[in-house]
Design a protein. Sequence first.
Length: 202
Amino acid sequence: MIIALTGSFCSGKTTVGSILRRQGLEVIDIDKIYDNILRTSASLRSKLAKLWGESAKMRRIDKKILSEIVLTHPQGLEKISSITHPYIITELRRLVAKYRRERKKTKVVIFEVPLLFEKGLDKLFDITILVWSPKYILIQRGKQRGYRYSEILRILSHQMSSREKKKRCDYVIKNNGSREELKNKVEEIFKKITNQEVFYGY
């Protein structure tokens, strides 16, 4: 069983992924795959260099550098996404196909996929789970991470609305309380999915 875990910016999907890992489940973070592609892909560095100068080809490209570009260049986010997303999607498709070939159907594997519905990737997975938080909490968390209000709104404007995501996903985990409350909600959802009374170590 291959599951996609998604959510808006600052919704808490990474926290949910951490909870699941501690419970013994395998969770694959697409952001880490993205980091690896940024470090190792010469063709990606070359494409970025055409937009941001030859220094991009020589420097170690990482998300911090790209975030600086997004914040200082008009339409930086759109341009970077148009270059990087095809690489990420190709690798995601490869990994999902690999897990389908190598893993038994009873084995649960979870992928954290930030733009699951926006990129039409939900069809790759058996089950989709949305981590949801109200907008004011997303903004609070974004500010705690050092983002300005205008930056947070800009990021959210490039993502599908939570209302639309709720319509498309199979399950919703509401992350609007304490960490312990979130853990209990995650456990409840995965008991339903796996039909197991014991969540730990499935």
